[in-house]
Design a binder for this molecule. Sequence first.
Ligand code: ATR
Length: 273
Amino acid sequence: MPVSDRYAVIGNPIAHSKSPDIHAQFARQTRQDITYQRLLAPLDGFEAVVKQFIAEGGKGMNVTVPFKLDAFAMATALTPRARAAGAVNTLKFENGEILGDNTDGKGLMMDIIRNAGYAVAGARVLLLGAGGAARGVILPLLEERPARLVIANRSLDKARELADFFSTAGRISVSAFSELDEAFDIVINATSAGLSDDMPPIPARVFKKGGLALDMVYGNELTPFLRFAAEQGANVRDGFGMLVEQAAESFYVWRGVQPDTRPVFSVLRPPSS
Ligand code: ATR
């Protein structure tokens, strides 16, 4: 009997990851014979767990917090988008190679453009945060040719570093939160503030009625950032759509088949929930 190809999501913590449910649905829908499990790695034991998984015949992994930099370091080959992101969320094991890819940025673009229905091309876009999550989405944002991309961060130096790093890909302005003095079509929260029920101290004027406010964090409750954005009349969206879309792109990297994400939304997050 042929054995199913094995995949996993690795992180710490990992118990609440929705990735196995998402990939199980993709596999059913596309009739791909795979298994997909959760793998908890000790904080200092990422590499050993990955090596063991490869030795057991594993074909690929999704990598989540806090191991995206470890995965970047461990990859023996990197895609251009992983190199730009400086982090790896997708590993593919093939012919003795460990290919590192990053599907987060593509996932965010798919969610904003296709699922939420907002054009990034020609839009004024504000990106909050200058850590790994922000870095991972800058190149895909610039590739859409927004009219303006502003990065605002608590420590301004980190925002400046990012703007310099991507300067050949497009024009990026940098601002302190308090000095933001215009409205944006799309405001993306890539800070980790929502995880501690906090939000970056941004002025209400950055939001536009009917504009989009997206928090990369997701959960059962709206984050403080999204609550504030909704009060200003913005349409709000959490990181669940990005999660599903980055998963679809990883599935495509591994299997060469593009799953349809729409049924996954209706099953995992029905409209009434
Ligand atoms: P990630 O990979 O999630 O981006 P990170 O690299 O640690 O994690 O970056 C966290 C980001 O969230 C940073 O931009 C951080 O701001 P600083 O660079 O000034 O530290 C931002 N951040 C975290 N908590 C925040 C808060 N309460 N208010 C505003 N920004 C916050």
